[in-house]
Design a protein around this ligand. Structure first.
Ligand code: SF4
Length: 383
C-alpha cells in the first residue's frame, strides 16, 4: 500500500489558531497547478521505484484549503497523477473542505466530474459556538456549517469526517456536549477532535499575550477530554488514534498510513513524504516551490533519517494508535538493541498506569497515558 498527499496552500484568510502553511495568494493558482504537475513528473519514478509492486491506495487533498481550488482544478491534478501512476486500486480519495466553500454549485460540480471521484470529505466544522468561531476567525457560522454538511450528503458523499476543536477558552462540559450532539446529529463516519493548542506566531497566542483570552485550566481540559471520549464512544465512535474517532470500518485509510509507516508521496509546498526509509520535505514557500519546479528541479529535500530517528518515529506513531506498538515488529524492524532498550525504558521509566501491556507483545497508552503522551514519548525515544 502507498498514499499520495497533495498540499493545497491557499486560504483566503488566516484562522487564529492555525500554524499550517497557507497564503491568500490566489493569483498564483495557475502556476501552482503547473508546478504540481511538474513535481508529479519529476518524483513519480523515484516513488514508484521505492514502493515496487505496492499499489497506490489512497489520495488525500489537504491544506490550506483544497476547496479553494475549483473541482476542475482538483481533477486536473488527479489526471496528472493518473498519467504517472496506476490509480486503479485507489480505495479512498479524500478532500478537505471549508464549510463556506461548499455551495450547492461547488458540490454538484465536484460530484459529477468525469474522472475524479472523491469518496470521502473532511470538513472543517471545528465548533458550533458562534462566538468562538468569530474568535477563531473562521469564515463560517454554526448554521452555515450544518447546512454545508447536509448539502454534501444530499449530493451523495456520505463518508464524512468532521473536525472538532475542544478545550477553547471558557468551554464547559455542557458546551462541549452541545458540539458533540450537533456533530453526531450530522451522522459523520469519522471525527477528528483536537484540543486547542496555542502555537507560536498565531493570532490566538497574541490574544492570550494581550490578555484578551485566557486558556482553559489544565484540569478543565482533562475533564473535557474524558467527556469527549466517553460521549463519542457512546455514539459509536471508537478512538483509534489519539485525536481520531471513527465508526467501525471508517478509520481514515490515508492517515492510518502515516501511523503505520506506509510510504507516501507528499506534493506541494511544505508537503512531507516518507519512503525508502527516509523523510523528505518541500520548501515552505509557494513562490520558491513554483520557481524551483518551473526550473525543472525536484523540490524535495531528504532529511537523511538515522536508525535512531526511524525508531523514534516508529515508537511515537505506533503509540498514538489504539492498535498500539507491536514489540515483535519493533524487533524485526530495528533489531534486539532497540527492542531491548524499549522494553527496559517501559519497565523502568514509565509509570505502570500510563501504559498497558497485553502480554502478547502489544504495548499501548492508557487514557491517562494519552493525556501525558509527550512525556511518555520522551522516556521511550532514543536520545
Ligand atoms: S482554513 Fe485551515 S489551513 Fe486555512 S487558515 Fe484556517 S485552519 Fe489554517
Amino acid at each position: 500500500m502507498a498514499g499520495i498527499y497533495i498540499h493545497i496552500p491557499f486560504c483566503s484568510s488566516k484562522c487564529a489558531y492555525c500554524d499550517f502553511y497557507s497564503v491568500p495568494a490566489f493569483e498564483y493558482k495557475a502556476d501552482y497547478i503547473k508546478a504540481i504537475k511538474k513535481e508529479v513528473e519529476l518524483r513519480a519514478p523515484e516513488f514508484k521505484k521505492a514502493i515496487g509492486a505496492e499499489p497506490v491506495t489512497t489520495i488525500y487533498f489537504g491544506g490550506g484549503t483544497p476547496s479553494a481550488l475549483s473541482p476542475k482544478e482538483l481533477q486536473d491534478i488527479y489526471i496528472a497523477l493518473s498519467e504517472f501512476f496506476d490509480l486503479s486500486q485507489v480505495a479512498e480519495i479524500t478532500t478537505e473542505a471549508n464549510p463556506d466553500d461548499l455551495t450547492d454549485a461547488y458540490i454538484k460540480e465536484l460530484t459529477t466530474l468525469g474522472k475524479l471521484h472523491v469518496n470521502r470529505m473532511s470538513i472543517g466544522t471545528q465548533t458550533f459556538n458562534n462566538q468562538m468561531l468569530k474568535t477563531f476567525r473562521r469564515r463560517h457560522n454554526a448554521e452555515s456549517a450544518l447546512q454545508a454538511v447536509k448539502r454534501v450528503k444530499e449530493h451523495g458523499i456520505t463518508n464524512l469526517s468532521l473536525d472538532l476543536i475542544y478545550a477553547y477558552p471558557d468551554e464547559t462540559e455542557d458546551m462541549l456536549h452541545d458540539d458533540i450532539e450537533k456533530l453526531t446529529s450530522l451522522s459523520p463516519t469519522h471525527i477528528s477532535a483536537y484540543q486547542l493548542t496555542y502555537e507560536p506566531n498565531t493570532m490566538l497566542t497574541r490574544l492570550v499575550k494581550q490578555g484578551e483570552i485566557k486558556p482553559l485550566a489544565e484540569n478543565d481540559c482533562v475533564a473535557l477530554y474524558f467527556h469527549l471520549v466517553k460521549h463519542l464512544e457512546q455514539a459509536g465512535f471508537a478512538q483509534y488514534e489519539i485525536s481520531n474517532f471513527s465508526l467501525p470500518g471508517y478509520e481514515s485509510k490515508h492517515n492510518s498510513s502515516y501511523w503505520n509507516m506506509t510510504p507516501y508521496l507528499g506534493l506541494g509546498p511544505s508537503a512531507h513524504s516518507f519512503y525508502s526509509d527516509d523523510r523528505m520535505h518541500n520548501p515552505t514557500s509557494l513562490t520558491k516551490y513554483i520557481k524551483v519546479l518551473l526550473d525543472g528541479i525536484n523540490p524535495a529535500e531528504a532529511e537523511g533519517l538515522t536508525k535512531q530517528e526511524m525508531y523514534n518515529d516508529f515508537v511515537i506513531t505506533a503509540l498514538r494508535t489504539r492498535r498500539g506498538l507491536d514489540t515483535t515488529e519493533l524487533k524485526t524492524r530495528f533489531g534486539s538493541t532497540f527492542h531491548d532498550y524499549f522494553i527496559k525504558q517501559t519497565e523502568t521509566r514509565v509509570p505502570r498506569r500510563l501504559i498497558e501491556n497485553e502480554g502478547n507483545g502489544i504495548v499501548r497508552l492508557t487514557q491517562e497515558g494519552i493525556l501525558v503522551s509527550d512525556s511518555v514519548f520522551t522516556e521511550l525515544i532514543w536520545v
